[in-house]
Design a protein around this ligand. Structure first.
Ligand code: HOZ
Length: 431
């Protein structure tokens, strides 16, 4: 046989394409936004993932957020392993659910009552139904470029993969459903004011990523978040913070603790499950008790509060509470963001690096990115070159422009130095 031997990832992807839609189970993983073929990951530890050919990469995906402590953390392995020995699912209450709920409420005092589900999508979808059931209203307000999972009413002008693949409003969402979603520009409080003037009595809730991670990282204006709180209260609508990304990441108590704001409902996912499929939503008793079995809003799940997932989540939350890695995470992210900006300046690149605590995005534009419209002005082809340049040098960034990169407690100085050297080299090459 002559020619180059096909690497294992490529072999696996070829096979996967004949079995899985697009070879993947979640669109952005297919690398279509950046071209080429996805890597298959065989194992992960700390801040490193290894592909199926045994090549290591400094990982900034962190499974899209859950791995704030890094991969294969001994405490998490131990907790999940011990739980597993007692069976993997009961479909009946277990003590660990109570422990997890107490930990969530301690970190998020606004979540007086909690319901665990199996994903962030499910948490947001259920919070929406609850908001409608509680207020007896039908409209919801969301912001262009925010992504709250893939339930029908929320897949309207959505960020993340929906934006990447050019379907911010998905096919299959009936227009009758999409019409119930009012989409406004992020960071635009006057747009929110006029929406409330027009439909105030019919708006059940406003749902927002308090720091957006799904059009890339976009920080909120404090006045914007305050206006949301003020206007929802004034008009009897609920304010929902989607903290699926920010919860336990920006601080132990998420964005709401960092900004000192109290939403009516909070949605969690990712970190709360310690790398297992978990979501949660919660809020004050008077609202949450509208949920079945106490109230008329129905919501249920066979794997909700799964004991293995709950045990893993508790282990991560306990570790975060003990180690309080937030200051160090912020410092590492600042070093990365400043290093990338500096390199960009030196190499004549038009980039903007947005960062917030342990989240950041390198945008290929020279104008500030403050909302979806400015994010969409980025040069996604240059992002693709940047991504592949880094990957070739052993650094794994998100395979799409409209996503966040995640820094973990496991990233060490040497990882950051390697990343910055790779970035500089790629920028030099991209000139
Ligand atoms: N929705 C995630 C990006 N914001 C992607 C999830 C995945 O592909 O794992």
């Amino acid at each position: 046989m002559t020619g180059v031997k096909m690497n294992r990832s490529r072999q696996l992807f070829r096979k996967a394409e004949s079995l899985l839609v697009g070879g993947v189970n979640s669109p952005v993983r297919a690398f279509r936004a950046v071209g080429g073929r996805p890597l298959f990951i065989a194992r992960a530890r700390g801040a490193t993932v290894w592909d199926a050919d045994g090549r290591p990469y400094v990982d900034y995906l962190g499974s899209w957020g859950p791995m704030i402590l890094g991969h294969a953390v001994p405490e998490v392995i131990r907790a999940a392993g011990n739980a597993l020995k007692n069976g993997s699912s009961y479909g009946a209450p277990a003590e660990v659910e109570v422990r997890a709920a107490a930990m969530v409420r301690e970190a998020f005092p606004s979540m007086e009552r909690v319901r665990f589900v199996s994903s962030g999508t499910e948490a947001c979808m259920s919070a929406l139904r609850l908001a409608r059931g509680y207020t007896g209203r039908r409209y919801i307000v969301k912001f262009a470029g925010c992504y709250h999972g893939h339930s029908d009413g929320l897949l309207v002008s959505a960020g993340s993969g929906a934006a990447t693949f050019g379907h911010p409003t998905s096919a299959g969402v009936p227009p009758e459903v999409a019409r119930l979603t009012i989409v406004l520009p992020y960071n635009d409080e006057s747009a929110v004011e006029s929406a409330f003037r027009k439909w105030g009595k019919e708006i059940a809730c406003v749902i927002v990523e308090p720091v957006s991670g799904n059009m890339g990282v976009v920080a909120p204006e404090m006045s914007f978040l305050c206006a949301l709180r003020r206007l929802t209260k004034k008009h009897g609508a609920l304010l929902i913070f989607d903290e699926v990304i920010t919860g336990f990441r920006l601080s132990l108590g998420g964005a709401q603790a960092l900004f000192g704001l109290r939403p009516d409902l909070t949605c969690l996912g990712k970190i709360v499950g310690g790398g297992f499929p978990v979501g949660a939503f919660g809020g004050p008793r008077r609202i949450m008790e509208k949920l079945a079995p106490l109230g008329p809003v129905y919501q249920a799940g066979t794997l909700s509060g799964n004991p293995v997932a709950m045990a893993a989540g508790c282990a991560v939350l306990a570790e975060l509470k003990k180690a309080r890695p937030y200051g160090r995470l912020r410092e590492k992210t600042r070093t990365l963001a400043e290093g990338i900006r500096e390199s960009g300046r030196r190499r004549g690149q038009k980039i903007v690096v947005n960062s917030m605590e342990s989240l950041f995005t390198v945008f290929f534009t020279d104008r500030p990115v403050t909302d979806f419209a400015s994010a969409l002005r980025c040069d996604t082809r240059r992002y693709a070159r940047f991504f592949h340049g880094l990957l070739k040098r052993g650094v794994y960034f998100p395979p799409a422009q409209f996503e966040a990169a995640f820094v973990s407690a496991a990233h060490q100085g040497k990882d950051i130095r390697k990343t910055l050297a790779a970035v500089d080299d790629v920028f030099r090459e991209m000139k």
